[in-house]
Design a binder for this molecule. Structure first.
Ligand code: ZN
Ligand code: FE
Length: 256
């Protein structure tokens, strides 16, 4: 099994690009391309050549770096079929259930619409690695811009079903604001309070709070727990169906 080097790279104001490098073959993928400059600088510093860009969705803060990176590298850009015509940026398109190969390793495509209709996540089962961009965040989830709460909840359930130990990379460093919101919803949740304290400490030192894991999110992320009785009780919604609970939590966060 490949042993990848992984670099999580801050870009723009709060985005992350993630570089995945296979030392054996030299292949290097960037998950999304928020901004070409920091990606190029990092590749140069490490002596890596960009070979692939895996695009999660069409938003500018995930694709703006593609064109300049294409000018600098002979790169294959892979992105969701649903935004291929709109963006005109992809060499190869993917849909739900597709299996790609990167450096001899399987990459599964999971459609996770809700934030946008085209959003996909990439899962490497052999490495237990997932790239979920703006669908799932540490203690949060993406704003539902194009889909419906039901669609987003279904997408989050797909990610929740990945193995507990899966290491999850997200599109943004939003964790501190997410933590303050989550604590406001569940002030009596001790596991959440512990995690919020860890997050405040990391951010006070300007350290990243990501990646996270599926297990940690299942335990403390309110958006993955819309079917958890404790959360429904905390909201005064005991007995409500999960989609209704999810929509309520998402709506509260939008107004928080
Ligand atoms: Zn987005
Ligand atoms: Fe984004």
């Amino acid at each position: 099994m490949a042993d990848f080097d992984i670099v999580q790279l801050p870009a723009r104001s709060d985005n992350y690009a993630v570089l995945v490098h296979d030392p054996a073959s030299g292949a290097t993928a960037s998950i999304d391309a928020p901004d070409a400059a920091p990606i190029k600088a990092e590749l140069e510093a490490r002596g890596w050549t960009l070979t692939h860009i895996l695009v999660t969705h069409k938003h500018l803060d995930h694709v703006e770096g593609i064109k300049p990176l294409r000018q600098a590298f002979d790169v294959t850009v892979i992105g969701p079929q649903k935004s291929a015509a709109e963006t005109g940026l992809y060499d190869r398109t993917v849909t739900d259930g597709d299996h790609l190969e990167f450096a001899g390793t399987e990459v599964q495509v999971i459609e996770t619409p809700g934030h946008t209709l085209d959003h996909v996540s990439y899962f490497l089962p052999g490495q237990k690695l997932a790239f979920v961009a703006d669908t799932l965040f540490a203690l949060g989830c993406g704003r539902v811009f194009e889909g419906t709460p039901e669609m987003m909840w279904e997408s989050l359930k797909k990610l929740r079903a990945l193995p507990d130990e899966t290491v999850v990379y997200c599109g943004h460093e939003y964790t501190l604001a997410n933590a303050e919101f989550a604590v406001s919803v569940e002030p009596d949740n001790a596991a959440l309070a512990d995690r919020a304290a860890q997050i405040r400490a990391l951010r006070a030192e300007d350290k990243p709070t990501l990646p996270t894991t599926i297990k940690r999110e299942k335990e403390t992320n309110p958006f993955l727990r819309a079917d958890d009785r404790g959360l429904a009780d905390a909201l005064g919604m005991a007995g409500a169906d999960p989609v209704t609970v999810f929509a309520e939590v998402r709506g509260r966060k939008d107004r928080f």
